[in-house]
Design a protein around this ligand. Structure first.
Ligand SMILES: [Zn+2]
Length: 624
């Protein structure tokens, strides 16, 4: 907490010129967790004790507060169970096939969990500033009514004791993963719900996406000494822990080893534990210590993790230069869970992958350190901002660092564009502004969040210019790190950097499922007519090739932009004359360009960053 204050003060002092772009009266809640966890590995249960300092920095007195009890989702009859049984395309990891080949039928894995296999978090007692508080539990939400309201500006201490059972591996967290990691501990502790200027975010655990206040974590885990733990934050007692590995004296209670981890300014803490895990580490040039904790089942797996560790250090240097300094001393890549998921200074990923897939998932989850973790983006509301921008960073880093492509001269997220076009034409698309859990299909959710979200970023570069987009990323970081920004905050920084108004773009692309389609209608020796056949208007880059072999880029800004981008630095625009034409505007369907030289052919946006769902009409040659 003190750190957070220091940081805020530092921002006020050093970034005075950025303050214009912050929301007026900005505030955020903060948390300071101290947890003591006693693991019974034989029965996959643990007892927990928590002391949590909660600072109500809002201007509102809080008569109730809420916590998430995510493990409760893994019980028959839970909202997650019903969702799995009723969505048309359930997550295949979470269902089992109970039909026959001619009569396929699936069942939610949660529906058949026995009492010994379910997950639960059972609150035994709870006090606020030492006074017992009333509480009720509905599904995955714990509602707490303190004996008196938590006043605006007040910090109170919650003390809680609870016991929990780790569910059979269903999703993200659980026991005995498919790769045999005993304990994957994500969404595992009673987690203070997020309260901000939009109110309480009380999302049941139905499938995905999280948000929480920033704060400090001091977590001590007592566990069978044969276990090795990979976790968020930094291990505070490495020498003592090494002693356990060498079977030296175990000083802790009940013959258990005690691992103490601390992390500052994060909003989610995860860990995994298994006797087979081995730990390795390397340091990036920028000074981030990257840890890996994985099961070296064979030489190939070992080799893959060695390569991945080295590339991960390069990844942090790469991202720091482009998206802002990584603000924590460590990052841990821990084998666990059922795919890949981001947590504070850590990720749980499956590890028995080929090298390409392993690097890809690590880059994705590590990129969330920016677009999710250090910003604290509310991914329950703005899932595309988090998953889409993360996928954007992941793809660019992968092409630079894994595929070793020297320059990315055309659209680096062209695959995301293709997936988005498919979604747009599928009839299943829903607006990106929909809450993450509420999509009718997982198909629409994933392609919208990951792919249309990446398109949103790259296409913004088309509108304001690639260099302005790069500048926007860095300035957005300076202003909004650790402050739970919204997409509108990103928009305002982009507007300030570029001098271009973006209200129309953010509204139409996020809140609607409208699509873009421009076409070259007519082309003659001296005249080109373009038509907007869609209901989103965009600025147009039109590359014209003349019969004498010379080229000219006609840039047609949109009137709503109230500004224009500068000539872009793509190699394909070298030796191309850059001509800015008069504005077009959305109420006018066609635009005609008259030329002084004989035209050979014309193409709309050869960089392929305009998300035009029909490219067949974007290029046309003068008929001979
Ligand atoms: Zn992600």
């Amino acid at each position: 907490m003190t750190n957070m204050r220091k940081l805020l003060i530092l921002c006020l002092l050093t970034a005075g010129n950025f303050l214009f772009a912050q929301r007026a009266g900005y505030w955020q809640q903060t948390v300071d967790y101290k947890m003591d966890i006693n693991v019974d590995d034989n029965n996959y249960r643990y007892d927990g004790k928590m002391s949590l300092a909660y600072s109500n920095n809002s201007n509102q007195n809080l008569s109730k507060v809420y916590f998430h009890l995510y493990f409760n989702a893994f019980q028959p009859g839970s909202m997650m169970d019903y969702r799995l049984s009723n969505i048309t395309d359930p997550d295949r990891r979470m269902i089992k096939n109970i039909g026959t080949s001619d009569k396929p039928k699936t069942q939610s894995k949660i529906a058949t969990l026995t009492p010994d296999q379910i997950g639960y978090q059972n609150i035994q007692n709870l006090t606020v500033n030492g006074v017992a508080a009333n509480f009720t539990i509905d599904g995955t939400i714990l509602e707490v009514t303190p004996s008196k309201p938590i006043l605006a500006g007040e910090t109170v201490t919650f003390n809680m004791e609870w016991d929990a059972q780790v569910p059979e591996q269903i999703r993200r967290s659980g026991r005995n993963s498919a790769e045999n990691v005993a304990l994957s501990m994500a969404q595992w502790y009673p987690k203070m719900a997020h309260f901000d200027e939009f109110g309480w975010h009380l999302d049941e655990y139905v499938a995905r996406e999280f948000v929480a206040p920033f704060g400090n974590f001091d977590v001590t885990i007592h566990i069978n000494p044969t276990y090795v733990i990979g976790a968020s934050g930094k291990l505070q007692n490495p020498n003592e822990v090494k002693g356990y590995q060498n079977n030296a004296t175990i000083k802790s209670k009940n013959g258990k080893a005690s691992w103490n981890f601390k992390a500052e300014n994060i909003h989610d803490f995860a860990w995994a534990a298994d006797p087979k895990l081995v730990i390795d580490s390397a340091k990036s040039n920028g000074g981030v210590t990257v840890y890996t904790a994985y099961i070296p089942t064979n030489n190939e797996v070992k080799e893959n993790w060695n390569i991945a560790l080295k590339l991960a250090t390069e990844f942090f240097d790469f991202c720091e230069a482009r998206y802002g300094a990584y603000p924590w001393p460590t990052y841990s890549i821990v084998q666990g869970g059922d795919g890949g998921m981001e947590y504070g200074t850590a990720t749980l990923v499956t590890g028995g992958r080929n090298i390409k897939s392993l690097v890809d998932v690590i880059f994705h989850e590590a990129a969330h350190s920016w677009y999710q973790h250090l910003f604290g983006i509310n991914e329950t509301v703005d899932e595309w901002f988090d998953e889409g921008f993360t996928s954007y960073i992941q793809d660019i880093a992968f092409q630079h660092l894994f595929e070793r492509k020297g320059s990315l001269d055309t659209n680096p997220v062209i695959n995301a564009y293709r997936a988005y076009y498919k979604l747009a034409l599928s009839g299943k698309e829903e607006p990106m502004s929909l809450l993450a859990d509420y999509y009718k299909t997982n198909y629409a959710y994933s392609n919208q969040a990951y792919n249309k979200g990446a398109v949103m970023a790259e296409q913004l570069g088309y509108i304001i210019g690639k260099e302005n987009l790069d500048k926007t990323f860095l300035k957005f970081y300076e202003i909004w790190k650790f402050k739970h920004p919204t997409p509108n905050d990103f928009k305002r920084v982009a507007e300030d950097i570029s001098g271009i108004n973006l209200k129309w773009y953010f509204n139409l692309f996020i809140n609607t499922t409208r699509t873009i389609d421009y076409s070259i209608n007519k082309i003659t020796d001296r005249e080109i007519e373009i038509e907007n056949k869609s209901d989103i208007a965009m600025p147009i880059d039109l590359l014209v090739e003349y019969q004498d072999g010379s080229k000219e880029l006609f840039y047609i800004p949109l009137r709503e932009m109230r500004g224009e981008k500068q000539k872009e630095t793509y190699a394909l625009y070298n030796d191309v004359k850059w001509t800015v034409l008069t504005d077009w505007f959305w109420t006018k369907p066609t635009y005609t360009i008259h030329l002084n030289k004989k035209v050979k052919k014309a193409e709309i946006d050869p960089t392929k960053r305009l998300a035009d769902i029909d490219h067949t009409n974007n290029i046309k040659e003068v008929s001979k």
